[in-house]
Design a protein around this ligand. Structure first.
Ligand SMILES: Cc1ncc(COP(=O)(O)O)c(C=O)c1O
Length: 341
């Protein structure tokens, strides 16, 4: 099967498997795992932050950031279609105990103008804003221009509110924007980045930020059950994700753009290749054209040996990643031409 549902399906590379087998490990809860320590040092350096913390998943890293920055009962301002709202099972309410104040924004790209009216100071009836939560790249697959982030940074400084960045795919965003990941991360106080997904590590993310924030997060990670003992086995793959796999991201983006251009030639589909910034190709097959066909698109692709993500209202996504080569892109396009006639 060609699995285009997500870049989370990637297999660890042979180099990762070898490094995992040979990793020197220790008890990371005591800070004694040299491989975890090296991953955290390297991650902090690449993200331009004082310190970083290895966490089990991207969701864990985002929730830990909220838990560490936000006093209970305060408010987090974030995009309506951000991962925290859509795909983290209500964790913000359960773990940090915060109220979320969402903003509907095209592509989930939040500007200072959109955020300003949502900020609040504590008052008898109103909670204080304790965090601005951004994404880059966004869940919608967009890279947010640095100038837009600059505007939000200035607003956050004016209000003395920190910014957490969900940078699950920050290295993809950096390639799309033609900058370093640290140029993006610098505009936020803390950043989460995923080592799995397009970077192919089997497990793990990093939460990075100022040293005192990471010290507090380390304790809260323990509260959440994220102290992982001999985690160097996993960190070994994470080091290769950062040092080797980040270099391959431009290939995924090139294939995503080819895919988008090919899909744009199919009249039944709605797609703007200009919206494809990273490795995600989103498109729509308006169901009204043929409701019966629309209901069975996923099955038709499955019959052609292709797994595809079915989104709402006729929306679909192809995610490009290390395990999808040029030949696989051609097969997906041929199947699309046959299915969406
Ligand atoms: C933007 C974004 N943030 C966070 C996550 C969460 O990562 P994980 O699946 O490792 O929990 C994802 C997962 O796909 C994501 O796309």
């Amino acid at each position: 099967m060609i699995d285009t549902r997500s870049d989370t399906v990637t297999q660890p590379t042979q180099a990762m498997r070898n490094a995992m087998a040979q990793a020197v490990v220790g008890d990371d809860v005591y800070g004694e795992d040299p491989t975890v320590n090296e991953l955290e040092r390297l991650g902090a350096e690449m993200l331009g932050k004082e310190a970083a913390l290895f966490v089990p998943s991207g969701t864990f890293g985002n929730q830990l950031a909220l838990f560490t920055w936000c006093p209970r009962g305060t408010e987090v301002v974030l995009g309506e279609s951000s991962h925290v709202i859509g795909h983290e099972a209500g964790g913000a309410a359960m773990i940090a105990g915060v109220q979320t104040r969402t903003i509907e924004a095209p592509g989930n790209i939040l500007s200072a103008e959109m955020i300003r009216p949502r900020l609040r100071r504590a008052e008898l009836h109103e909670p204080a804003t304790s965090l601005i939560h951004l994404e880059n790249a966004t869940t919608a697959g967009r890279a947010v221009p640095l100038a837009v982030m600059d505007g939000v940074r200035a607003l956050a400084d004016e209000w003395h509110v920190p910014i957490h960045l969900d940078g699950a795919r920050i290295f993809n965003a950096a390639v799309a924007l033609g900058c370093q990941a640290s140029d993006i991360a610098r505009r936020a106080d803390s950043v989460m980045c995923c080592l799995s997904k397009g970077l192919c590590a089997p497990v793990g993310s990093l939460l990075a930020g100022p040293r005192d924030f990471i010290d507090r997060a380390r304790m809260k990670r323990k509260v959440m059950g994220g102290g992982m003992r001999q985690a160097g086995i996993l960190a070994a793959a994470g080091i290769i994700a950062l040092t080797e796999m980040t270099k391959l991201i431009p290939e995924d983006h090139r294939r995503a753009k080819n895919m988008a251009r090919g899909l744009a030639k199919i009249p039944a589909l709605v797609i703007n290749p200009g919206d494809v910034h990273i490795n995600m190709v989103m498109f729509t097959y308006p169901p009204a054209q043929d409701p019966v066909k629309a209901a069975s698109i996923k099955e038709q692709f499955a019959a052609a040996g292709i797994k595809i993500l079915n989104r709402k209202n006729g929306g679909f996504r192809f995610a490009l990643h290390h395990d999808i080569d040029d030949g696989a892109v051609e097969k997906v396009l041929a199947a699309s031409r046959a299915i969406f006639v």
